[in-house]
Design a protein around this ligand. Structure first.
Ligand SMILES: Nc1nc2c(ncn2[C@@H]2O[C@H](COP(=O)(O)OP(=O)(O)OP(=O)(O)O)[C@@H](O)[C@H]2O)c(=O)[nH]1
Length: 419
């Protein structure tokens, strides 16, 4: 935007009564839900409606967000960029109509959390072009969450990650506490090339004030890399072509598996019975060690023996994040049965290879009566551990869930053997 058009835009913004919509995007596991959950604790967010979209047949994210009410909606018929014309438009219509009929409190803003594999382009195009939506909502910015530890690789391998960064109004850099300075410098160089104009904000564990995110102004391609305007133009032409003109199939093909890459797939592994934590931690660690580069994301809730509460599992590639417990099991399907379920989003990896996790469980359980397995003196895999409670008992000794482990140091919440 130049100086001459600024006053016009300011005036438009003052008189524009449409509901601002923020697109919260970022690659798998970058920290979107963590951020959203923190954001919703702020009193300013009281009137905000939240639409959560997930990749995978079992939704987890909405169970991790503390606020659950009628202004939180789940978009569960596929990735938002593929199903945008259906799910998203329907949800926004529904919100506008219920809000105008006073069935729900007046909506002051909408935050859409996309899947980590979403291309923001079709969503922005819909927000600006679909007549009902465009008349009532205005796109107030694309906020892209970037994982300081994994983003470089994700940007190299996934077109969606590049688009998410290139289209951002603001870049929120998460997991800086886990990143080293060299990696961070390399990431900054990459972000400079992809989106030099977007302010970068370091965010630790989702803590950020709403002021830092909102009020980006009506979405425009001005000042961005030339690619963004071209992408948006192509998307709008595609969306305007009438059905039957040969584009529907193209669209379906482009925005289904082909779009996310044939090699990316998702499956759920269910655990009808409670599992012993140590067996699970070891088997899971083996899976991550063996297949880490092919594992884009693992998340789920597990039923752990002796623990009445569901334990939340988060992994990205070969990193397992410290587990936390929810304060209760979700009452809704499918988790009302208290079965453990892990959603795997993988690249070039078969379900069968991951199913070996079960064999891992029984092998460990059989070799270690009482469910406390030992692998070469250390019960936890080298690059990853999933201990719940950690306390130091010596210079190189820690208690991990009461199990004393010698000869390790802790680095960014992970146990690393001292060699
Ligand atoms: N150490 C550290 N961990 C973080 C930070 N932000 C998020 N995490 C952890 O990263 C894991 C994934 O975070 P989520 O918020 O679920 O990521 P997401 O982007 O919503 O994931 P998807 O929806 O699956 O794409 C969780 O275990 C978070 O606790 C951070 O700043 N530092």
């Amino acid at each position: 935007m130049n100086n001459e058009t600024q006053p016009y835009h300011d005036l438009m913004a003052q008189t524009d009564r449409r509901i601002p919509v923020t697109l919260l995007t970022g690659f798998l596991g970058a920290g979107k839900t963590t951020l959203l959950n923190n954001l919703l604790q702020h009193p300013e967010m009281a009137g905000a409606a939240v639409l959560i979209n997930e990749f995978g047949e079992v939704g987890i994210d909405h169970h991790l967000v503390d606020r659950v009410d009628e202004t939180m909606m789940i978009l569960d018929s596929g990735c938002i960029c593929c199903s945008v014309q259906g799910d998203l438009v329907k949800a926004l219509r529904n919100l506008a109509q219920r809000s105008s009929m006073r069935e729900i409190p007046q909506v002051s803003r909408v935050v859409i959390e996309t899947t980590g594999l979403a291309d923001p382009l079709p969503v922005i195009s819909t927000l600006t072009q679909e007549w009902f939506v465009a008349a009532r909502y205005q796109c107030d910015g694309v906020i892209t969450v970037v994982d300081a530890t994994h983003a470089l690789q994700q940007l190299d391998q996934h077109r969606e990650a590049v688009r998410q960064v290139a289209m951002a109004d603001r870049l929120l850099i998460t997991k800086c506490d886990l990143a080293n300075t060299t990696g961070r410098a390399a990431l900054d160089g990459r972000l400079d090339a992809l989106n030099p104009g977007a302010p970068r904000i370091d965010v630790c564990r989702g803590r950020i004030s709403p002021d830092a995110l909102f009020g980006c102004g009506i979405y425009s391609t001005g000042g961005r890399s030339t690619n963004v305007a071209a992408w948006l133009g192509a998307e709008q032409m595609r969306a305007q072509k009438p059905p039957g003109a040969g584009t529907a199939a193209d669209h379906a093909a482009d925005h289904s598996h082909g779009h996310h890459g044939d090699s990316v797939s998702s499956f759920v592994i269910s655990f009808p019975d409670p599992v012993a934590w140590y067996s699970f931690a070891v088997a899971m660690g083996r899976i991550l060690q063996t297949h880490g580069p092919k594992i884009l994301r693992v998340k789920g809730l597990m039923n752990i023996m002796g623990d009445p509460l569901p334990r939340v599992i988060h992994c990205v590639q070969d990193v397992a994040y410290p587990p936390v417990s929810l304060c209760t099991w979700p009452a809704q399907s499918p988790f009302a049965d208290h079965h453990g379920r892990l959603v795997f989003i993988v690249r070039d990896l078969n379900r069968e290879e991951v199913e070996a996790i079960r064999c891992g469980f029984s092998a460990v359980q059989n070799s270690a009566p009482g469910g406390r397995p030992t692998i070469a003196g250390c019960p936890f895999p080298t690059r990853c551990w999933l201990a719940h409670n950690v306390s130091r008992v010596g210079s190189s000794a820690f208690k991990l869930d009461g199990w004393e482990v010698q000869g390790i140091r802790l680095r960014s919440n992970r146990a690393v053997p001292i060699t």
